[in-house]
Design a protein around this ligand. Structure first.
Ligand code: ATP
Length: 364
C-alpha cells in the first residue's frame, strides 16, 4: 500500500462539524504516534445547508472526491426545515450509498459501560446488517403521486446485491466467532410470510447459507425481531435485513445501547465505504457544544479498522481498536459526560478525556 491514505470528509449540518473536528484530531494524533501511513483529509461540501445556499445537496466534485478517496468519513446531514419540493429531507448520505453501491450497512449494538434501558443487563453484543442500496429505499426520490389521492414507492430486492449482502453477513459472523465475540449465527430478518420480495430475500439467504456450513443460519420475521431485541437480545449475533427494516431496527438498537449518541455505523461496498454515526444532525442542540461525540469517534475507529483490513496493515487495525478502547474506558469511568449521558460536560471535554485515555495507552 502507499504510505498515504486519503479520507474524504463531510462535516454536514447541525452538530456535524462540532463532532467531526475533534474526531479528526484524535485520528491525527493516532496516525502520528503509531507510525501509521499519513492520513490526508479532504473536506468536501454536501448537505442541507449547501442545498439551501447553492441549490445542490451533493455536488459532483464532492461525489468525485468520495469516489477517489480510500475511505469516507461523514458526520450528519439534513435539517428538518430544508426540504426538496416533494417534501422529503435532504439526505446526500443516501445518495452516496446508492452511487457507490455500499450495500452492507454495519450497525453494531454493543454495551461498553453505558446505561441501557434493558433493566438487569450489562452486556449486549450483536450487529445489525442493513442492506443500504435497495429494498424500500429503491425508489428514493422517484416515488409517484396519483394527483393528491395516493402515493406509491417500490421495494426492490435483487439477487446480485442480496448474495453479496448475505456473504458479507456470514463472513462477519465467522470473523466474530473466530475472535470469540459471537456465536457464529446469522438471522435473516424479513416478512417472508406476507411479501413475495421477502420470500425471495429469504430464499437467496438459504442458498448462500449452504456455502458457510460453519455458521448457523436462521430466519425470523421482523416483528418478532423487534420483540426479541428487547426480551432476548442474547440470541442474536449477526442480523441481516432489508434497508427500511434495518433503518428502524438500528434505531431500536441505538436505543438499547443508551441512545443515538453512542451508535456508530459503516456502509461498505466492494471498493468504497462510508463511516458515520447513526444519529442525524440534531439541530435542537447544534451550536451549543454539548453533542455527544462518542458515535462519531467510534465510526472513526471502524474506519481505521476497515482501512487496516482492506490494506492489510495491522497497525491501522490496532489503532482503530485502541481508539475504541479509549472511548470505552471514558464511558465506563463516567467522569466526563455530555447531557445525553447524564452529565454537564461538553463535546470537547469528552474528546479530551478520550485523548488522555489514548495517551495512557501510548505511554504505557
Ligand atoms: P435523521 O432522520 O437525520 O437520522 P433524526 O430525526 O433521527 O435524524 P437526530 O438528529 O438524530 O434525529 O436527533 C434525534 C434526537 O437525538 C434529538 O433530540 C437530538 O438532540 C438527539 N441526538 C442525536 N444525536 C445526538 C448526539 N450526538 N448527542 C446528543 N444528542 C443527540
Amino acid at each position: 500500500m502507499s504510505d498515504r491514505l486519503t479520507v474524504c470528509v463531510f462535516e454536514g449540518d447541525g452538530i456535524g462539524p462540532e463532532i467531526m473536528e475533534p474526531t479528526l484530531d484524535l485520528i491525527r494524533v493516532l496516525a502520528e504516534r503509531r507510525d501509521l501511513p499519513a492520513i490526508e483529509t479532504v473536506t468536501m461540501p454536501a448537505g442541507a445547508g449547501h442545498y439551501r445556499d447553492h441549490g445542490v445537496a451533493l455536488p459532483e466534485d464532492s461525489l468525485a472526491a468520495a469516489r477517489e478517496a480510500d475511505a469516507i468519513l461523514l458526520s450528519a446531514m439534513g435539517l428538518p426545515d430544508i426540504r426538496y419540493p416533494d417534501g422529503t429531507e435532504i439526505s446526500p448520505q443516501i445518495e452516496l450509498r446508492m452511487a457507490l453501491h455500499l450495500y452492507a450497512g454495519v450497525r453494531p449494538v454493543l454495551l461498553f459501560g453505558q446505561p441501557t434501558p434493558l433493566s438487569g443487563r450489562d452486556a449486549l453484543d450483536f450487529v445489525i446488517l442493513r442492506e443500504s442500496t435497495e429494498g424500500l429505499f429503491h425508489s428514493h426520490g422517484r416515488g409517484t403521486m396519483e394527483g393528491d389521492l395516493a402515493a406509491e414507492e417500490t421495494m426492490r430486492i435483487t439477487r446480485d446485491t442480496s448474495e453479496k449482502l448475505f456473504d458479507f453477513a456470514f463472513g462477519l459472523a465467522r470473523q466474530r466467532a473466530k475472535s470469540g465475540r459471537g456465536q457464529g449465527r446469522v438471522h435473516c430478518v424479513d416478512k417472508a410470510n406476507v411479501f413475495q420480495a421477502f420470500a425471495f430475500f429469504r430464499r437467496v439467504f438459504r442458498e448462500r447459507a449452504v456455502l458457510f456450513p460453519d455458521v448457523e443460519a436462521e430466519a425470523i420475521y421482523v416483528d418478532a425481531t423487534a420483540l426479541w431485541m428487547v426480551q432476548r437480545p442474547e440470541i442474536f449475533d449477526v442480523l441481516v435485513t432489508e434497508n427500511m427494516f434495518g433503518d428502524i431496527l438500528s434505531d431500536l438498537g441505538a436505543g438499547l445501547m443508551g441512545g443515538l449518541g453512542f451508535a456508530p455505523s459503516a456502509d461498505i461496498g466492494d471498493r468504497h465505504a462510508v463511516f458515520q454515526p447513526c444519529h442525524g444532525s440534531a439541530p435542537d442542540i447544534a451550536g451549543q457544544g454539548v453533542a455527544n461525540p462518542i458515535a462519531m469517534i467510534l465510526s472513526g475507529a471502524m474506519m481505521l479498522e476497515w482501512l487496516g483490513e482492506t490494506h492489510e496493515h495491522a497497525g491501522l487495525v490496532a489503532a482503530g481498536g485502541d481508539l475504541r478502547g479509549a472511548v470505552e474506558k471514558v464511558v465506563r469511568q463516567a467522569r466526563v459526560r455530555t447531557p445525553d449521558m447524564g452529565g454537564n460536560d461538553g463535546t470537547i471535554a469528552v474528546c479530551e478525556a478520550v485523548r488522555r485515555a489514548l495517551d495512557l495507552e501510548t505511554v504505557g
